[in-house]
Design a protein around this ligand. Structure first.
Ligand SMILES: CC(=O)N[C@H](C=O)[C@@H](O)[C@H](O)[C@H](O)CO
Ligand SMILES: CC(=O)C(=O)O
Length: 293
């Protein structure tokens, strides 16, 4: 099992698709390289929301895990998101990525059906049971509808293999309670637009989509906030949030891919049913790139 320190900043890896929605391996490798060489990320979170993972087949997910590992080698930390509401698939993927040498596994809370907490707990314990690896819970209530309480998180953290949480929520009260109550659990901030306040509350790192292009500013925010240089960090968070607002207005993952194209990375299209880029969207992305990079 990897004993690598998991703390730090991770891009939620984007995946390049061609016009037909197939994985563009060359483009995917370039995105990985850009995250390492230009954005200077500590790690990559592979197979998350940003990876359009929930629209992919098991074979495609495996291929992406293989390509990312092959390109990144051991240069940075790799976390694989293997969660799905097909529990057998999650178990299979957890074994697959552990064999590939991923440093940790993550799984989104099971969604769509209203699973009880006991079912959620069973899901995590089943995924992690037979692999020699560490689990990071992926909590993103605004997309999954799954809200867990402080005590329920604690029940999951009671399993020594469940070592952390990717916290994609704006509930800073819960975040503060979690930091205080579970000081040894790794907490990763999930909303890039709230990196500064999350860092002030003591998160161990962050995982985000916009770091694929804005990693350098994210690093400045994270480091300045840890040094308690709050007003300097806030200046950079302000610019970052102007950028994120422009990205969200123009279409989240597509715009980040178009910004990468401007930076010379073959980031390609999004997977249907996400829409194709209109000429207006492309033009706007060019303007955004000029303004912030
Ligand atoms: C759903 C989604 O993509 N969430 C990401 C991480 O959790 C974030 O990085 C956001 O994309 C980002 O903060 C923009 O809102
Ligand atoms: C960013 C993120 O949280 C994800 O892609 O899953």
């Amino acid at each position: 099992m990897s004993t690598r320190d998991l703390k730090g900043l991770y891009s939620a890896l984007l995946v390049a698709f061609d016009e037909n929605g197939n994985i563009n391996e060359k483009g995917l490798r370039q995105i990985v390289r850009h995250n390492i060489d230009v954005c200077k990320m500590d790690g990559l979170y592979v197979g998350g929301s940003t990876g359009e993972n929930f629209m992919l087949s098991t074979e495609e997910k495996k291929r992406i895990f293989e390509i990312a590992k092959d390109e990144a080698k051991d240069d940075i930390t790799l976390i694989a998101q293997v969660g799905s509401i097909n529990l057998k698939e999650s178990v299979e993927l957890a074994k697959f990525v552990t064999d590939l040498g991923y440093d940790a596994i993550s799984a989104v809370t099971p969604f769509y059906y209203k699973f009880s907490f006991d079912e959620i707990k069973y899901y995590y314990e089943t995924i992690i049971k037979d692999v020699d690896n560490r689990m990071i819970i992926y909590s993103i209530p605004f997309l999954t509808g799954v809200d867990m309480s402080l005590a329920q998180f604690g029940e999951l953290f009671a399993n020594p293999k469940i070592v952390g949480v990717k916290f994609t929520a704006a509930d800073f009260y819960l975040l503060e309670r979690m930091r205080k109550t579970y000081p040894d659990v790794l907490i990763f901030a999930g909303f890039d637009e709230m990196l500064l306040p999350a860092t002030v509350l003591g998160v161990d790192g962050a995982i985000g989509s916009t770091y694929n292009v804005n990693g350098v500013r994210a690093r400045q925010i994270f480091e300045l906030a840890k040094q308690e240089k709050i007003s300097e960090a806030l200046e950079i968070q302000h610019v970052t949030n102007d950028l994120i607002t422009d990205i969200l207005d123009n279409g989240l993952y597509g715009t980040i891919k178009l910004l990468l194209e401007e930076a010379g990375v073959e980031a390609g299209c999004c997977r249907e049913p996400m829409k194709k880029y209109s000429p207006e969207m492309r033009a706007r992305a060019k303007e955004i790139y000029k303004k912030y990079f």
